[in-house]
Design a protein around this ligand. Structure first.
Ligand code: NAP
Length: 238
């Protein structure tokens, strides 16, 4: 059974991805601060789903956490860096600690997780890393400068790391969703949502659409795909 670690598993895209991975026969190690909807998946798949209560912003705890998982299950086949936080606001008045928190959770944690997860993958000469970016990395969005910086950073990391790890059979890719109606976007006003919806000719992407892209990149069919940004946005940025 291939083991995939996914962060931000309690709801939204992480939960949809965990659900699809479990249905496809993967073992899923799910991380978030609370179990949320993943608790039901752990009950439904007692031998394949495992929850670890973990704050990815706790960067010092990452090495031991990854070591614990690989001691129990062997090297990871996949790492999905999905946990993320928004924090919208005018940069000029944003507290420095909030800027640092967004960068720690959305960018530094994925780098450190990839650092430790890739060690076992390097030995196994196989593995997959999928980073969840956002179309905002390339389009920008008023009030999301720190968030956009973190996502653009993830895309840069993806390209470089795909070169670094490619020779050992490890792929590194991004999925860049457009707006999905999850808890993250709940705060947007109706007028903003109407204009966002109008830009997507196919309608807004759902978490299930982006989850399918993640599962594709983790699968055998994607073995020669690396360093890419796979956009799932209903056509908003076409
Ligand atoms: P969501 O519904 O708010 O879910 C976020 C997930 O991340 C939750 O499971 C949350 O669990 C977890 N999380 C947040 N901070 C964490 C931390 N410090 N440590 C561990 N887990 C943490 O958001 P979503 O829409 O599914 O977003 C998933 C990913 O897609 C994010 O990277 C986001 O940037 C990206 N994305 C979303 C959209 C969108 O429109 N929704 C668009 C483009 C990209 P806990 O709170 O229990 O820890």
């Amino acid at each position: 059974m291939k083991t995939v670690m996914i962060t931000g598993v309690s709801r939204g895209l992480g939960l949809a991805t965990a659900d699809l991975l479990l249905r496809r026969g993967y073992r899923v190690i799910g991380l978030s601060r609370g179990a949320g909807g993943f608790a039901a998946l752990c009950e439904a798949y007692p031998n394949a789903a495992e929850f670890i209560a973990f704050d990815v912003g706790d960067l010092d705890a990452i090495p031991d956490m990854v070591r614990g998982v690989t001691d129990r299950h062997g090297p990871l086949w996949g790492l999905v860096n999905n946990a993320g936080m928004g924090m919208d606001g005018v940069l000029a008045t944003m507290h420095r600690t909030d800027i640092e928190k967004v960068l720690a959770v959305n960018l530094t944690a994925p780098l450190i997780l990839a650092k430790y997860a890739s060690r076992g993958m390097l030995t196994a000469r196989a593995g997959r890393i999928v980073n969840i970016s956002s179309i905002i990395a390339s389009t920008g969005f008023n009030g999301l400068a720190a968030y956009a910086a973190s996502k653009a950073g993830l895309e840069g990391m993806t390209r470089s790391l795909s070169r670094e790890l490619g020779k050992r059979g490890i792929t590194v890719n991004c999925v860049a969703p457009g707006y999905m109606e999850t808890e993250m976007t709940e705060g947007l006003g109706e007028a903003q949502m109407t204009s966002i919806r109008r830009r997507a000719p196919l309608g807004l992407a759902r978490p299930e659409d982006a989850a399918a892209a993640v599962v594709y990149l983790l699968g055998d069919e994607a073995e020669r795909v690396t360093g890419t940004i796979l956009t799932v946005d209903g056509g908003s940025t076409a």
